[in-house]
Design a protein. Structure first.
Length: 235
């Protein structure tokens, strides 16, 4: 399998210089690769999965395999302005509202937002894409008492600006926790990948100047679509 892996990787690197391939990023089908490399389906798939785990290629359900574009660079210590960040790195961003509803807060959300048992929150789910590829699922939790009427607003736009301009709440600091997780069926479906695909999970509790929680965000990034780039700090 190692020889096939190396051969496929070299082949895909060469394809990056092919304009017709580079524009769409689409790779030959698995059947075509089996024929071209005179190998079994299992061996080809193992090599493809290895390259996918490295972030070199990616697969979309029912669409096939693609070359991975350059990763989006983010600083995990700061709340990402997705639209501006993507445009600054010459990528085409898109935000889609998946759902927005008022629910009873589960324990982890109550703990993050310092809410009492039985409290309600607004749960906003958004999918964000780069150049047509879904790369991020956002779960945003807002205290219902602080954001009455928030569902009447355009939630595809900046939640941060909405909080500040309409509700008079501005986050100036945040607690951030980063870990590797799996996507699960729902999030994987939104991102058009396998549920076992690893994801970069970033949990953010954003706070006011007085230290009161403004919102709780759970971001699930496709691991091959993003790269952490932390600003320099004094040591």
């Amino acid at each position: 399998m190692s020889m096939i892996y190396e051969s496929l990787k070299a082949y895909f690197i060469a394809l990056r210089n092919n304009k017709s391939i580079a524009e769409s990023g689409r790779l030959p089908s698995e059947r075509q690769l089996q024929q071209d490399f005179d190998s079994s389906r299992i061996t080809i798939r193992e090599a493809l999965f290895r390259l996918e785990s490295e972030g070199f290629i990616y697969r979309l359900k029912r669409k096939g395999w693609f070359l991975s574009p350059s990763r989006l660079l983010i600083d995990p210590a700061h709340k990402v302005n997705f639209i501006e960040l993507a445009k600054a790195q010459n990528k085409l961003p898109k935000t889609e509202l998946i759902s927005a509803r008022k629910i009873k807060a589960k324990h982890s959300v109550r703990e993050a937002l310092a809410l009492a048992k039985g409290a309600s929150v607004y749960h906003i789910v958004r999918r964000r894409s780069l150049d047509g590829r879904p790369v991020l699922v956002e779960n945003i939790y807002l205290c219902a008492d602080q954001f009455t009427g928030v569902l009447e607003h355009a939630l595809e736009d900046s939640i941060t600006l909405l909080q500040s301009n309409h509700f008079g709440l501005e986050a100036v600091s945040e607690d951030c926790r980063i870990k590797i997780n799996t996507l699960g069926e729902f999030n994987a479906g939104l991102l058009e990948v396998n549920a076992a695909m690893p994801a970069l999970s970033i949990d953010r509790i954003r706070k006011t100047k007085k230290g009161h929680p403004v919102d709780y965000n759970v971001e699930l990034w496709l691991h091959g679509a993003v790269e952490l780039n932390t600003s320099s700090v004094h040591i």
